[in-house]
Design a protein around this ligand. Structure first.
Ligand code: PMP
Length: 302
């Protein structure tokens, strides 16, 4: 595969960073995750909300005293260029990554040490099962005042990895974090939605969760296109147990139904009607079948 690394498109093998780098030693970096979807013609790839992903990456960089090597439009252009250079005609995941390339000792953040890399990989499903079993993690979500939770800081994923490992060791597919204050935050790499009496609820983004693009998209699709009600409010742990429906969402996971939380079955253990409706609409949107939402898609090929 071809990867963009520090100003050049190179072979993957050449896109390397020193073991001495502050990125590796101290987790100084931030990243994004963007999906490109194969269109109905079997050739075109449409990037989903690439501009919003790059804006979020720039926000993460700002919080972490990092910088990107160009303006917003240029970085979006590099993503398209990467896919063209790799001749991508399949569903794809793109990972832009800003790393601290300094090899000096001590965790010091300096804008000028930023190195941008962008790589891509084929990606279909993120999780294998149609409906997953999740637990509430014993690990708390890192607070925004400790490791900025609204950013995609690389170091923050130690928190996610600990929760995922614990979940897997205990026979679950995924974990849901609570905040330091004991309220529902998010999954290891997904946001949480519950459905009760036909209404969708999701924690506000101030509950130490990522500024999520799928979350934002689903709120718009549910309220504006499907006439559903969505309430953003603090959610208590046991509200998860009595939800009629529960799903996780994210760029990787897309819409991932949950069938149990801490061994309490959600609804009848199947995929709920609201989740199914939203999933169908979301899939139509990302595949370019909803004219009114074409503005969220950026074609890669002429
Ligand atoms: N939370 C975390 C911690 C994540 O890593 C992700 C994946 N980017 C999400 C939520 C979902 O966010 P998005 O919809 O923007 O991909």
């Amino acid at each position: 595969m071809i990867t963009y690394f520090d100003g050049k498109f190179v072979d993957d093998a050449e896109a390397v960073i020193s073991v001495r780098s502050r990125a590796l030693n101290y987790g100084l970096g931030c990243f994004g995750g963007i999906r490109g979807y194969l269109a109905a013609d079997g050739r075109q790839i449409n990037l989903f909300r690439v501009g919003d992903h790059i804006t979020r990456l720039m926000h993460s960089a700002r919080v972490l005293h990092m910088r990107l090597p160009g303006a917003h439009a240029e970085i979006c252009g590099l993503v398209g260029e990467l896919l063209r250079r790799n001749e991508v005609h399949h569903d794809v995941y793109v990972r832009p990554l800003v790393l601290n390339g300094s090899t000096k000792l001590a965790p010091v953040m300096r804008e000028e040490d930023s190195v941008l890399a962008i790589y891509c990989l084929p990606l279909q499903r993120y999780m294998e099962k149609d409906a997953i079993d999740v637990c509430v993690s014993s690990w708390r979500r890192a607070t925004d005042n400790a490791i900025p939770a609204r950013t995609k800081a690389t170091g923050l994923y130690l928190n996610s990895a600990l929760a995922r490992r614990e979940a897997h060791d205990n026979g679950y597919d995924e974990a849901i974090f609570l905040t330091e204050y004991g309220k529902v935050s998010e999954g290891s790499a997904e946001h949480v939605f519950i459905v009760r009496d036909g209404v969708l609820y999701t924690p506000p983004s101030t509950e130490d969760n990522l500024d999520g693009i799928t979350r934002r998209s689903l709120i718009a699709l549910a309220t504006e296109d499907l006439g559903l009600k969505v309430v953003e409010r603090v959610i208590g742990r046991t509200e998860l147990y009595v939800a009629d429906e529960l799903f996780l969402c994210g760029t990787g996971a897309q819409i991932q139904p949950v069938r149990s939380v801490d061994r309490r079955t959600i609804g009848d253990g199947g995929i709920g009607t609201v989740t199914a409706r939203l999933t169908e609409h979301f899939n139509n949107v990302v595949r370019g079948r909803v004219e009114a939402r074409r503005g969220w898609l950026t074609p890669v090929w002429e």
